[in-house]
Design a protein around this ligand. Structure first.
Ligand code: N01
Length: 577
């Protein structure tokens, strides 16, 4: 796999968006309190809290030319969030949530990007963001307890705190297929989509990959291209989103009770209020099971996966929703052979990230769409004019790679991060990421990773996850500054316990039964370690709160004179249930 480190095609901005103001208030100032890497939803909120609430001097460094992170880069047709818009939004400012009008149940990328732009303007964030700038290295200087951060424009910043808000799914990857350089048409990746858009009219287009991105882009391209050929390695489980416009009344109702929704989301396992399970599969007859699944299928969205309490851990129970979805695929796709190719049979439903789609399966009934399975016969090569599979050349004009990301660790490993005694983060994590609470790692003082490996992050509503992490880090920084602490660092023993706990929790679920990016299985040579915390948002938040309330046991807090602040005994990891 080749990591795409630069968005080479980035040119203009979306026509409906505000132009970024490139004047940075910290421009010229390189001696700071905090450096934040990334101006997505996490970096933006971190800037707001650290600067506007703590009064710190903060510089954000962002590769793109604007804010929004994922929603800045993923401009492919059909890009849409799979969490409901009124929950996938910041909760920290009541006026912001009242004034912003979401128009659809699931927000599309342009609306999410417009929202991010609006937040940047409203909280005057851009003045402290260096856009179009890449962090190349970050080095902890023990004598000063500060980080030195070097960027690709030749600048060097220093700061007490380094906050990484680099995103979990930002290191896009294109497979190393022989001959790709010879291809004469356009090569695109969904996660680095050109700002000016791409016209596929009259073109023969290949899409490689059928994960969440592929499933969203395929129906859109089928409507535009002369012919679309989809290259599928593993069929994905996908549920109908049933996206729709939001009515003014339901928006007003939600706004009137926003605090309750936010409070529910804060502790919901997935960070978003979903219809609760009806019970275990064993509590119901097969026809009752089917009736409940059918209701949820008709309603759309991820609540289908949470119909029963036992399907995430028990393979037999998992077959109930899995069988239901397989039947629907065979109903939706008219050609039985194509339907079978599209039917997942090798991993439990929910063991990889579930996809939500709009008209995905029925797209294969269109005359100009073909499906090529590359499960048993991988793509051998790209020629000047197409893709070669099993000795057959599929001629195309454009190739769209929807081939995913070096998830969670990829963006951090792209930076040369060095902690105490020159220890390299890449080396420390060579056998898999190691963190305490997913936010800090031993040997790298004053480094905070927002939604890092070992935190719920990608398994929950990202905005809820982001707000929780930023708020927690902000309070930690406030506490350390008030206590004269110059260096705060995770304890290796507590980190070991946390890493073990994260692994143990994952082992109780069916997540282990799929070769997913959660496990690093999509990157050749990446260690197979389940990276996110599966215990749910509520449980994770409670643990973090306990740690904060107890004065941060599990961390070493050191004052300028070298003395260590005494802390309470470590907070035990929650029991695996
Ligand atoms: O990436 P993926 P994605 N030859 O890794 C295939 C979030 N997201 O960008 O399954 C052929 O899931 C690969 O095949 P296989 C969401 O969290 C959210 O789609 O490895 N095929 C797979 O089909 C999501 O999970 C939203 O066998 C190759 C595909 O490429 C995450 O981002 C929308 C190949 C990659 O799927 C990543 O999703 C979009 C090869 N050599 C993304 N290499 C929403 O909110 C890889 N593949 C809705």
């Amino acid at each position: 796999m080749t990591a795409i480190t630069h968005g080479g095609t980035v040119g203009g901005t979306h026509h409906a968006l505000e132009e970024p103001d490139m004047t940075s208030s910290t421009a010229g100032r390189t001696d700071l309190d905090a450096i934040v890497i990334g101006a997505g939803f996490a970096g933006m909120y971190a800037l707001h809290r650290l600067r506007d609430d703590l009064g710190l001097e903060v510089q954000v460094v962002e590769r793109g030319t604007g804010v929004g992170g994922t929603w800045y880069w993923n401009r492919y047709p059909g890009a849409r969030c799979d969490v409901e818009s009124m929950s996938y939004s910041y909760s920290f400012d009541e006026q912001l949530e009242q004034e912003w009008e979401w128009t659809e149940l699931y927000p599309a990328q342009p609306e999410l990007l417009a929202y991010a732009e609006h937040v940047a303007t409203r909280f005057d964030l851009r003045r402290d963001i260096a856009f179009g700038t890449v962090v190349e290295s970050a080095t902890f200087v023990e004598a000063t307890h500060r980080w030195t951060v070097a960027t690709d424009d030749g600048r060097e910043y220093t700061a007490t705190y380094l906050v990484t808000a680099v995103g979990c799914l930002s290191a896009s990857m294109i497979p190393d297929i022989p001959g790709l350089d010879e291809f004469t048409g356009r090569v695109l990746h969904t996660g680095r989509w050109p700002h000016e858009g791409v016209d596929f009219t009259g073109r023969r287009v290949a899409v490689v990959g059928t994960g969440s991105s592929g499933i969203q882009v395929i129906p859109q391209l089928a409507g535009q291209a002369e012919h679309l050929t989809v290259f599928q390695r593993t069929p994905s489980w996908s549920l109908p989103a049933r996206n729709r416009p939001l009515g003014p009344e339901e928006v007003a109702d939600t706004k009137a009770s926003y605090r309750r929704l936010r409070a529910d989301n804060a502790v919901a396992p997935s960070g978003t209020r979903l219809r609760p399970p009806v019970g275990s599969t064993t509590d119901f007859t097969p026809s009752e099971q089917t009736a409940e699944l059918a209701r949820r299928w008709e309603d759309g969205g991820a609540a289908f996966l949470a119909t029963f309490t036992d399907t995430a851990r028990d393979e037999r129970a998992n077959e109930v929703p899995a069988g239901f979805v397989r039947d629907r695929i065979h109903e939706m796709v008219t050609d039985p052979a194509t339907a079978e190719l599209l039917t997942p049979r090798t991993h439990p439903i929910g063991a990889k990230r579930i996809c939500l789609d709009t008209d995905y399966f029925t797209t294969y009934n269109r005359p100009g769409v073909s499906l090529v399975s590359v499960r048993d016969t991988p793509i051998e090569a790209v020629t000047g004019t197409g893709l070669l599979v099993g000795g057959v050349e599929h001629e195309v004009d454009d190739i769209v790679f929807a081939t995913g990301y070096d998830a969670m660790t990829g963006p951090l490993n792209a930076i040369s991060v060095r902690g105490r005694a020159g220890r390299s983060l890449r080396d420390e994590w060579a056998a898999g990421p190691r963190t305490y609470l997913g936010v800090a790692t031993a040997g790298f003082p004053n480094l905070f990773m927002l939604t890092g490996p070992g935190s719920p992050s990608v398994l929950v509503n990202m905005v809820v996850s982001i707000e929780q992490h930023v708020d927690w880090v902000t309070e930690l920084v406030r506490y350390t500054r008030a206590s004269g602490v110059v260096s705060i660092e995770a304890q290796a023993s507590e980190q070991d316990a946390w890493v073990e706990h994260v692994g143990e929790l994952a082992a109780t679920t069916l997540f282990r039964k799929a070769a997913s990016w959660y496990l690093g299985a999509n990157v050749p040579g990446k260690p197979r370690v389940f990276m996110p915390y599966v215990g749910g948002m509520g449980r994770y938040r409670a643990t973090c709160d306990q740690v904060a309330a107890a004065g941060y046991p599990g961390f070493v807090l050191q004052r300028a004179d070298g003395s260590v602040v005494p802390v309470a005994p470590p907070v035990p990891v929650p029991a695996v249930v």
